[in-house]
Ligand binder design. Structure first.
Ligand SMILES: [Zn+2]
Length: 435
């Protein structure tokens, strides 16, 4: 295809446009530089934007790129290493020992494999918490994805840092280094209320406030965590974080499976964002987050895959499918949590949590982060309702084209920024490192 300096006129069979994701038949978006200039029908736009490169996909469904609000990208290296185990055994006897063997080179390999998987699956932005996060930032930048990244903070030494305070110092340096980058944003990542001291949690909170950064924490994931925090602190993990002034609109609280009524009220009042990771919670047998209740209370819910070791993939289409079906089963009510609500969790709600109203929507002035699904698949015809198709029938493998900030990262199924063959060649050898 001939490349134009100015941008693309992206068109397909349908385009999900505007905040409500209205499907425009024979829809198109004019993309200039990193932004969407206009959306409409192809016939309307093609005359006005003759100088743009035609990115035409006659059977394509054009939609906003998906935002994975929680993962640990390099954990793709541990995919399938230890399955069917309770979280504590899985973490302490398998994952922590494997992580002890990590170094920058392995992190870079894992991050690049994760970026390849995410781009292929239509994820354009992700929120990550892991180790050697500066390396992950560099890999992500090279891959052309958008990301919010934090170094995990713990009371004990990590393979990357001697202490949580050292990791926090590195977080500050990363935040300064990347502060003007259009794609990479640094966040502050205290791991959990039980792996961080009150002092570390407070220092993390202060750094986030001072540098105007988002904060990410795993919260109320297992029944064990609730019992442990109640035993030590005398209150629930949510109440404990509130007593330390950590609950705020800048916080992304991941999991939130075990919540009492008063916890949910507190989270709504403090306008905390909840990151729902249903597949990881199910696989680790942690439980099922009360999402329908949280939505009723007006809590902003986003969606994440969590790391590939507890999922075991980074496919946001599968995550949306699970997120929409799970509450129907637990509440025995098929009308709770609609396809549209779940799609919003993976797009506009995530953008809101990250303070980026220019993401998650295809509309004039928004960032050109978009993906195209090929509807000419046996599993995607007929197409009565685009949102239902996206949430209940589509898979990441149905994505053919991915654009972030106006740059094509995948075109007709071919990755443009990552040498997939080279990465897969190296990853095949990884088993010998960790066994
Ligand atoms: Zn996690």
């Amino acid at each position: 295809m001939k490349k134009s300096k100015k941008g693309f006129l992206v068109s397909g069979e349908y385009l999900l446009a505007g905040p409500d994701g209205q499907a425009i038949e024979n829809g198109a978006a004019a993309v200039v530089s990193d932004k969407i200039l206009e959306v409409g029908t192809y016939d309307e736009l093609k005359e006005r934007y003759r100088d743009l490169s035609d990115l035409r996909r006659p059977s394509g469904l054009i939609m906003p790129g998906l935002i994975n609000s929680h993962t640990h990208a390099p954990m793709v290296l541990f995919r399938g290493m230890a399955d069917d185990l309770p979280l504590k055994t899985w973490l302490e006897e398998h994952i922590f020992p494997a992580e002890a063997g990590l170094n920058r080179e392995l992190i870079a390999l894992g991050a690049e494999l994760a970026c390849a998987e995410m781009i292929r699956g239509g994820t354009t932005s992700y929120v990550d918490m892991y180790l050697f996060e500066e390396t992950i930032a560099q890999v992500t930048k090279k891959a052309g994805m958008r990301a919010w990244l934090c170094e995990g903070l713990f009371d004990f030494p990590s393979p990357a840092f001697e202490s949580g305070f050292e990791a926090l110092k590195a977080t500050r340096n990363m935040a300064l280094k990347w502060r003007n980058d259009p794609l990479i944003t640094i966040t502050v990542g205290p791991h959990t209320p039980y792996t961080c001291s009150a002092e570390l949690l407070e220092k993390a909170r202060d750094a986030a406030a001072e540098l105007n950064l988002r904060m990410v924490i795993h919260l109320s994931e297992t029944r064990w965590e609730i019992e442990e925090i109640k035993r030590i602190r005398g209150v629930s993990p949510v109440e404990y974080l509130d007593s330390l002034d950590l609950l705020c609109p800048e916080l992304l609280a991941v999991h939130c499976v075990w919540l009492e009524e008063k916890d949910m009220d507190l989270m709504a009042e403090r306008r905390v964002n909840v990151v729902h990771c249903p597949e990881s919670n199910l696989k680790l047998g942690s439980g099922m987050a009360p999402i329908a209740r949280l939505i009723e209370k007006g809590v902003n819910i986003t969606l994440g895959t969590d790391g590939a070791a507890s999922n075991n993939d980074l496919d946001m289409f599968c995550e949306m499918d699970t997120a929409a079906k799970l509450p129907k089963g637990t509440d025995q009510d098929p009308s709770v949590v609609s396809a549209g609500q779940v799609l919003a969790m993976a797009t506009t709600h995530a953008a809101f949590a990250l303070g980026r109203k220019d993401l998650g929507v295809l509309a004039p002035g928004k960032q050109a982060d978009l993906i195209i699904l090929d509807l000419d698949r046996p599993s995607l015809r007929p197409c009565y309702n685009c949102k239902s198709q996206v949430v209940y029938a589509a898979k990441g493998s149905d994505v053919t084209d991915v654009m972030v900030a106006g740059r094509l990262l995948m075109e007709k199924g071919e990755l443009k920024t990552i040498d997939q063959e080279e990465i897969l060649g190296r990853v095949k050898e990884i088993k010998s490192v960790f066994k």
